[in-house]
Design a protein around this ligand. Structure first.
Ligand code: RIB
Length: 306
C-alpha cells in the first residue's frame, strides 16, 4: 500500500466515564456509565483519514501490553499500515482517563506510556513512509523532539505538513512555524500558543494573525459550534459549523484534522477540505467515544453540502 497520509503521533486506550458534571478537586462523584475504546489524538486522526478516504500509515509506539495489541488491531481493522507502530517493553500503553458530562463536554488526563518512547530515530527508520506521503500529520502527545524532527523532515521533503497543536501548554518553539503548512488549534490551544484570549470569531482572528506573524503558512482555528476561522496572508474566512445536537465531543477535533488531511490528499481544494472536515466532525459529536464516533466517507457524503 502507498500511504498518501502519514500520521506521526499517539495511541491511547480511552477509559471513559459519563457523569452529570465534571468532578471538582477532592470530590468523589458517582458516574453513570463506563466504557473502554481506542483513542489517542494521533490514532484518532489516522482512523479519521482512513475512514474518510485516504490510504494511511501510522508511526507511533504502544506498550507491550494487552491495550497495545488492541490499539494496533483497531488501526489494522481500518486498513491502516502499522509497520511503524512499535511496541516498547517496560512501559504501559498510553491511556486517557476521560469524564464526559451531561452537556457533552469532557475533561481528559493522559498518561503517555509508550507514546513517550517514540523518538526521532523511530520516525527516521520509516523515512520511506514520509517520502511516499502527500500529507504528514502531527499532534503533541509524543515527545517534542520527535514532533520537531517530523515537521522539519516533512518540510525538507516538500510535503504538506499539518500540526494539530494538541494538547498545548504554551508557545511552540519558534523554529517550528516555518515548517508547518496548516496549523490547526482549537480555541484553548490557540490561546495557549499566543497568550491571547480566544473564544469567538473576532478573538480567533486576532490569534490567527499573531500565529501567521510567527511564520506559519495557514491557520485554521476550530471553534466547536461557532465553526472555524481560516487565516492566510491578510485574509480570513469563517466556515460555520453544521448544526447538530452534541452527545460527546471527544475526538471531534481529530475527526476534523483527519478528514481535512484526507480531502487534501485526494486533491480537494482548501475550502472544500475544510467544509468536509467540519461535516465529518459534526457527525462525530453525535456519537459516543473516540474512534467509534468517527464516520465513514459514505456517511459524510450523505450530508447535504453547504
Ligand atoms: O482528542 C481526543 C483524544 O485525546 C482521546 O481519544 C484521548 O486519548 C486523548 O488523547
Amino acid at each position: 500500500m502507498h500511504a498518501n497520509v502519514v500520521v506521526v503521533g499517539s495511541l491511547n486506550m480511552d477509559l471513559v466515564t459519563r457523569a452529570q458534571r465534571l468532578p471538582q478537586a477532592g470530590e468523589t462523584l458517582a458516574g453513570e456509565s463506563f466504557f473502554t475504546v481506542p483513542g489517542g489524538k494521533g490514532a484518532n486522526q489516522a482512523v479519521a483519514a482512513a475512514r474518510l478516504g485516504a490510504q494511511v500509515a501510522m508511526i507511533g509506539c504502544v506498550g507491550a501490553d494487552a491495550y497495545g495489541q488492541q490499539l494496533r488491531q483497531a488501526l489494522l481493522d481500518e486498513g491502516i499500515d502499522c509497520q511503524a507502530v512499535d511496541s516498547a517493553s517496560g512501559v504501559s500503553s498510553g491511556v486517557a482517563l476521560i469524564v464526559v458530562d451531561a452537556s457533552s463536554q469532557n475533561a481528559i488526563v493522559i498518561v503517555a506510556g509508550g507514546n513517550g518512547q517514540l523518538t526521532p530515530a523511530s520516525v527516521q527508520r520509516f523515512d520511506a513512509l514520509l517520502q511516499q506521503a502527500q500529507v504528514i500529520v502531527c499532534q503533541l502527545e509524543v515527545p517534542t523532539d520527535t514532533v520537531a524532527y517530523t515537521l522539519a523532515r516533512g518540510r525538507a521533503l516538500g510535503k504538506t505538513v499539518i500540526l494539530n497543536p494538541a494538547p498545548a501548554t504554551g508557545p511552540l518553539p519558534a523554529e517550528w512555524y516555518a515548517a508547518i503548512d496548516y496549523l490547526i488549534p482549537n480555541e484553548s490551544e490557540a490561546a495557549a500558543l499566543t497568550g491571547l484570549p480566544v473564544n469567538d470569531l473576532q478573538t480567533a482572528k486576532v490569534a490567527a494573525t499573531r500565529l501567521l506573524g510567527l511564520g506559519v503558512g495557514k491557520v485554521i482555528v476550530t471553534l466547536g459550534a461557532q465553526g472555524a476561522v481560516f487565516a492566510a496572508g491578510k485574509g480570513f474566512e469563517h466556515f460555520p459549523a453544521p448544526v447538530v445536537q452534541p452527545l460527546d465531543t471527544t475526538a471531534a477535533g481529530d475527526t476534523f484534522v483527519g478528514g481535512f488531511a484526507a480531502a487534501l490528499a485526494r486533491g480537494e481544494d482548501l475550502r472544500a477540505a475544510i467544509a468536509f472536515g467540519q461535516r465529518a466532525a459534526a457527525i462525530s459529536v453525535t456519537r459516543e467515544g473516540a474512534q467509534p464516533s468517527i464516520p465513514y466517507l459514505h456517511e459524510v457524503q450523505a450530508v447535504v453540502t453547504r
